[in-house]
Design a protein around this ligand. Structure first.
Ligand SMILES: [Fe+2]
Length: 141
């Protein structure tokens, strides 16, 4: 199910909250382009856009966690790597079977729904960590 961005997803670090909204938009674009079906190039473009967006976003988060010596960094890096593994599997299946409603639903599950859970379960933790340290300059970029 397509969801709308909600303020409850904010972690309170503006740069990261903006990127999360962009990640959401990239997930929706991928879903829509898979459902368009006729446009193989559109699917490839949306997939590449999603991948590049995620790479850039994860780099921002990882640099932020390193800067603030977040103790859960190693585990967090593994979760980011897991995201790309599932995206790779989806891309393989799209190439093998072609776009379908089932693959569009799976795309939404591994991008939009993954992000919502990841924010609540993981990103909130580094946000709490920096706030507990009393950091007031919360720029991530
Ligand atoms: Fe993250």
């Amino acid at each position: 199910m397509l969801r709308t961005w909600s303020a409850v997803y904010n972690v309170g670090i503006d740069d990261i909250d903006h990127q999360h909204q962009g990640f959401f938009a990239a997930a929706h674009r991928l879903y829509d382009d898979i459902l368009e079906r006729e446009g193989k190039n559109a699917v490839e473009d949306a997939m590449a856009f999603m991948r590049n967006y995620a790479e850039e976003h994860f780099q921002t988060e990882e640099a932020f966690m390193r800067k603030h010596e977040y103790p859960g960094l190693k585990e967090h890096l593994m979760l980011h790597a897991g995201f790309f593994r599932r995206l790779d599997e989806l891309e393989n299946d799209l190439m093998m079977f072609g776009p379908s409603q089932a693959l569009a639903d799976r795309a939404l599950d591994i991008t939009q729904d993954w992000l919502i859970d990841h924010i609540a379960d993981e990103d909130m933790l580094y946000s709490l960590h920096v706030k507990a340290k009393g950091v007031t300059d919360l720029r991530a970029i």
